[in-house]
Write a protein that binds this ligand. Structure first.
Ligand code: PEP
Ligand code: MG
Length: 579
């Protein structure tokens, strides 16, 4: 009997192969109190396990093959840094000494304390740090308990083409699996923002996450199929079913090779309208991925990644070097540098010790934090202005909700220019300053913002969450997080119209822009600048170049008037029907 288990497809591609059930990562953590004369020995045991964990990670890092995307090494480095940080290296020792407890339990207590802090964070990327902490701690606990078998199992079974089915994976494990030519991964936990998802996408491994109870239904060794686009794991297929997926796999391979031919072709619709297709990046190293797909520029550079995993914020010169690297690499193509978008977790990353309040997502984050902490913001503004001498820079302000915030940032930019003039340091005379439309208030008043800014950029990840009051990270209300909700589409449309009327460009840099199923709808609504994750860029380009605008506009207008999302979905299917 065929079985189809559904989850969230986070990395496209089809894989057929034997399922390998990877032992679940959870451990039973013992708790006991030590007699006082054994406490020092326990501290030694902890230190030895910590050092062994670091040695393992360094070994994994060294095995990363040349040509692997740089973010893989960065993820391993994140874990190494965590194991060197006082929160994991010193606090557990203090707990062992104070409580007289065993090392595994001291780590457990520290993990629970950190999880509570992470759970209050509102930023998707920062919340994924909770998983990093859990993975780093688990590695040490496994060593303490002599249960470090998962990586050994991955390395021992050097069979190519396996489909891994497990509860969750760490970045280190994913790297190992990649080295052993894993065909696909299926995890019971995780969402599109989890590290497994991000890494699988960048490594091109088909992946489905959130497949609940996969272990219950799949037997080790049985042939299975993973469809990373549809988010499904299939078992028990007959010969005909398997042949169907094998054909689709071949078709996808051919389609990918075809896509690469589009890299250097202009992004123009079939009826001649020029569209700008930019890439989103998180770190300067990501620029290679953007260039590999021929991005017309960087539409979103999330600078907060520079502030993470460290105890003090980067100074002006370090920021200048990072931004300049990106600007120079793009050789005159526009680079949109978004100013710091940190949330309520700033202490973890060396920013001032403010709290986000009861609702961190609605609290002191992004531009609000920067205006409250100008000493954190000023070095960044100066660094951006200095880097702008090396190419074309656009400065993007996240999460604006009032015009006063825009005015205040503009004043701070003017002051930053004065500072640089006094210091006789070079900076570009005027750089475009834009605002992110990700709060409904900003979208509703988009025309006011459009009159005072040089460009707008729609951040749909947050715009959807704030418009629908649906936390973008909360699995339990995932069904409410709906890009096709009429309120979301109308706010997007209002923003696009405001840009046209004011004669300024409007980009979309949220995940919606990179979803090929929405490309035609967005074109029909009037979007002319897309900024997408590099792996999505060529597929979006293919759709743009194969589309004529006029029919899209007609159906998009109809969708905009819908009050019923099911009907919108049907119209969307019609829009995409000939693709
Ligand atoms: C967005 O909110 O759509 C966006 C691009 O910003 P981030 O995902 O970094 O919050
Ligand atoms: Mg956002």
């Amino acid at each position: 009997m065929p079985v189809a288990l559904h989850g969230t497809g986070v990395s496209r591609g089809i894989a057929l192969g034997p399922a390998r059930l990877l032992q679940r990562g959870g451990l039973d953590i013992p708790q006991y109190v030590l007699p006082p004369h054994l406490v020092d020995e326990e501290v030694e045991r902890f230190i030895a396990a910590l050092e062994a964990a670091r040695t393992q990670l360094r070994a994994i890092r060294q095995q990363i093959p040349a040509g692997t995307p740089t973010d893989i090494a960065a993820f391993i480095d994140t874990h190494l840094l965590m194991l060197e940080d006082a929160t994991l290296a010193t606090v557990p020792i203090e707990l062992i000494l104070r409580e007289g407890c065993n090392a595994e339990w001291a780590l457990q207590m520290q993990q629970e304390a950190l999880t509570r802090v992470f759970d209050q964070m509102d930023d998707a990327y920062l919340r994924t740090r909770r998983d990093d902490v859990a993975h780093a701690i688990l590695r040490v606990q496994q060593l303490l308990l002599n249960q470090n078998q998962r990586e050994a199992a991955i390395a021992a079974e050097a069979e190519d083409g396996r489909i891994i089915v497990t509860d969750d994976l760490s970045p280190g494990e994913l790297v190992l699996l990649h080295q052993h030519n894993v065909a696909a991964i299926v995890t019971e936990h995780g969402g599109p923002m989890s590290h497994v998802a991000i890494l699988a996408r960048s490594l091109g491994i088909p992946a489905v996450v959130g497949v609940h109870n996969a272990w219950q239904y799949i037997r080790d060794g049985e042939p299975v199929v993973v469809d990373g686009r549809q988010g499904v794991l299939l078992a028990g297929l007959d010969a005909q079913g398997a042949a169907f997926y094998r054909t689709r796999q071949q078709q996808e391979k051919r389609a990918r090779a075809q896509l690469h031919r589009l890299k250097d072709t202009p992004t123009v619709t079939a009826d001649g309208a020029a569209i700008a297709l930019f890439a989103n990046i998180e770190l300067p190293e990501d620029i290679q991925a953007a260039r590999r797909v021929g991005a017309a520029g960087i539409g979103l550079y999330r600078t907060e990644f520079l502030y993470m995993n460290r105890s003090t914020p980067p100074d002006e010169d370090e920021q200048y070097r990072a931004y300049s690297k990106v600007v120079k690499a793009m050789k005159g193509k526009p680079v949109t540098i978004r100013t710091l978008d940190l949330g309520a977790d700033k202490t973890a990353d060396g920013a001032p010790p403010e709290r986000g309040g009861a609702n961190p997502a609605l609290g002191l984050r992004a531009v609000r934090l920067c205006l409250r902490e100008p000493e954190l913001f000023r070095p960044q503004l100066r660094a951006i202005l200095r880097a702008s001498t090396h190419g074309t820079v656009r400065l993007l302000i996240p999460m604006i909700s009032t015009l006063q915030e825009v005015r205040q940032v503009q004043e701070l930019i003017a002051e930053a220019r004065d500072d640089l003039r006094r210091r006789r340091q070079a900076f570009a005379g005027n750089i475009a300053v834009g605002g992110m439309i990700e709060v409904p208030a900003a979208a509703i008043c988009a025309e006011d913002f459009a009159r005072r800014l040089d460009f707008l950029s729609i951040g749909t990840n947050d715009l959807i969450q704030y418009t629908l009051a649906a936390d973008r990270l909360d699995e339990t209300i995932n069904h409410l997080y709906q890009p096709l909700h009429p309120a979301v589409l109308r706010l997007i449309h209002t923003t696009l119209r405001a840009g046209t009327e004011a004669g300024i460009p409007v980009t979309m840099c949220g995940e919606m822009a990179g979803d090929p199923l929405l490309t035609r709808l967005l074109l029909g609504l009037g979007l002319t600048e897309f900024s997408v994750p590099p792996p999505a860029l060529l597929e979006v380009k293919r759709i743009i170049t194969a589309s004529e605008l006029e029919p899209l506009r007609r159906i998009a207008r109809k969708i905009l008037r819908q009050d019923d999302m099911e009907q919108s979905a049907r119209l969307l299917a019609e829009l995409n029907s000939d693709d």
